[in-house]
Write a protein that binds this ligand. Sequence first.
Ligand code: 3HC
Length: 293
Amino acid sequence: MAAECEAIGVVGGGQMGSGIAQLGLVHGLHVYLSDSDPEALARASKSISSSIQRLISKGNLSEAEGSAALQRLHCTSSLEEMNGCDVIIEAIVESEEVKKKLFVELDRIAKAPAILASNTSSISITRLASATKRPAQVIGMHFMNPPPVMKLVEIIRGVNTSDETFLATKALAERFGKTVICSQDYSGFIVNRILMPMINEAFYALFTGVATKEDIDTGMKLGTNHPMGPLELADFIGLDVCLSIMRVLHSGLGGSKYVPCPLLVQYVDAGQLGRKQGLGVYDYRKSPGPTKP
Ligand code: 3HC
């Protein structure tokens, strides 16, 4: 990668991709944002604009800085336009098969020194890297949701990730104002290895009738000072995302403690995916937050 990163690509215009794109923009980078769904891309562009407007109205950015940031945003339906990017960050659906196909494509398109990073929550970086001819330049760069607010980036080195790639990725995360932690390439890395079994256990507590959803969430919020209860957080992350991470933990690490709770599976089967759809453990269609009984 060039000494100084000037342009990044972000593939995927969901909550994570648009948040990562926003970080790049407000930290002076050109950002090429792509999504295969034109509506998702339009939503991402709108949400980035309104987020930047909020930063301006709060005085965190001047009008001039905000408008320059938005001018550096290039929304595109063609990955080919990312061929000048120094780093391309993938933030698409949590499926190894789909991500590998994308990495083959990105490897073909990206310039030779470019780094290919994955925002995967749990999938092996070594296996994603094996889909490319540049495994030394493939790395995990795992942002937390919402990326503009959360202070952490978890970096995961695959077996063949070079020191140069690691240092450049760390420098980029630090440029975004993040604290970096490093994980070995094991299922779920650090954060989701610990967070997801807690969320899954909250579903088991609800499933087995230990308490109401409200009491489970209030217990963890007030009892352990978490900003959100585990069920509310699961809705925020997406129940489909939580389930797929539990499945990766179960298949990668084995053992009964990672078996996804049947209630979580049922919600996903029913299409209740959480806040993004208006309905998860809680109903968001009438009120902005968890409903009271
Ligand atoms: N983009 C930019 N800024 C945002 C934002 C977004 N998407 N969402 C919230 N903000 C800002 C708000 O503007 C506000 O800024 P201000 O204090 O300067 O006015 C600040 O964040 C707080 O927002 P709110 O007042 O609206 O709401 P809360 O105080 O309730 O905070 C929260 C919202 C930050 C989401 C907080 O509830 C929280 O920290 N929840 C836990 C989130 C968490 O645990 N995330 C990690 C999940 S695990 C993960 O992501 C890994 C993955 O692999 C699954």
